[in-house]
Design a binder for this molecule. Structure first.
Ligand code: NCD
Length: 304
């Protein structure tokens, strides 16, 4: 049995297979409409979510399976003090596969160690978000026809943004990747990403503060929201929240074929006027999230 806790849990070849399966699912959805008949997905969400939970549920329903679960800690026995380990033991006898989101770093890993069914990390605190990464990879792969040889700008809250951490981990395994890390001083990537992931693997990267300085060089611009819920005080959040706003005017500096991704939810960091630009693919990206989660559910169930 395999789990997906970190984006590195899949080899590059396995990822390649998964993305191809997702592409096939997009093209031939009918072929998969009964692939999970009689099987159940549990979604255990201890933190708010729209896309991740609903795209998991849509994915399982599209495969002919059923869903059960909870969407907040308050509505589960966590509110009575039950541990994640105990909850997952019980859920293992109710469902065939489980997606879990939790505010604590490492919660999904703990769950997987006690689980009798495959566990998917749907976000653990400010740490990792591997299924968003699968979504991001599928978006880039489908729209650019490659995953290597590109310059990727990651902009916004690089400190707390778990989607950024997971995406960096995943992309360094492809050739010719360069990163431009665009953030205010206080929201730079954590040291372990800079030292143990980027420097250790000799990945070229620059860190800068002004989005305008980076824009002309980028093949992908990955915008992120300032992660309000991970700040220790409101004052710091208020100071940082509108640090970046991507506007139509700024986009004039970018390449014609640059893609703008965002894991969503968007707050103010991308002006709505940008939505009509053909380079803005974040809503399409959310749609890819369903295909890739269908592929993931099928793959993990096959490996049981
Ligand atoms: C992201 C997350 O939860 O980390 N959202 C998502 O799953 N698409 C990004 C965010 O909340 O900013």
């Amino acid at each position: 049995m395999r789990h997906l806790i970190s984006p590195l849990d899949f080899s590059v070849d396995e990822l390649d297979e998964l993305l191809k399966l997702a592409n096939d699912i997009e093209k031939n959805p009918k072929n998969y409409a009964h692939a999970c008949d009689g099987l159940k997905l549990a979604t255990c969400f201890y933190e708010p979510s729209t896309r991740t939970r609903l795209s998991f549920e849509a994915a399982m329903l599209n495969l002919g399976g059923s869903i059960l679960g909870f969407s907040s800690a308050d509505s589960s026995s966590a509110a009575k003090g039950e541990s994640v380990s105990d909850t997952i033991r019980v859920i293992s006898s109710y469902a065939d596969i489980c997606a879990i989101r939790h505010p604590k770093e490492g919660a999904a890993l703990v769950a997987s160690s006690k689980s009798g069914i495959p566990v998917i990390n749907a976000g653990d605190g400010g740490h990792q978000h591997p299924t968003q990464t699968l979504t991001d990879l599928l978006t880039i792969y489908s729209l650019k026809n490659r995953l290597g040889n590109m310059t990727i700008g990651l902009c916004g809250d690089l400190k707390f943004g778990r989607t950024v951490h997971s995406l960096i981990h995943a992309l360094i395994r492809y050739p010719g990747i360069k990163f431009v890390l665009i953030s205010p001083e206080e929201l730079r990537v954590p040291d372990y990403i800079r030292e143990d992931v980027l420097k250790k693997n000799n990945i070229p990267f620059t860190e800068l503060e002004r989005l305008e300085d980076a824009l002309p060089d980028l093949d992908i611009l990955y915008m992120t929201r300032v992660q309000k819920e991970r700040f220790f005080n409101e004052e710091d959040y208020v100071r940082m929240k509108d640090f970046y706003i991507l506007t139509k005017e700024k986009l004039n500096l970018a390449k014609e074929d640059m893609l703008i991704l965002h894991p969503l939810p968007r707050v103010n960091e991308i002006s709505v006027e940008v939505d009509d630009d053909p380079r803005a693919v974040y809503f399409k990206q959310a749609q890819y999230g369903v295909y890739v989660r269908m592929a993931l559910i099928l793959t993990l169930l096959k490996w049981r």
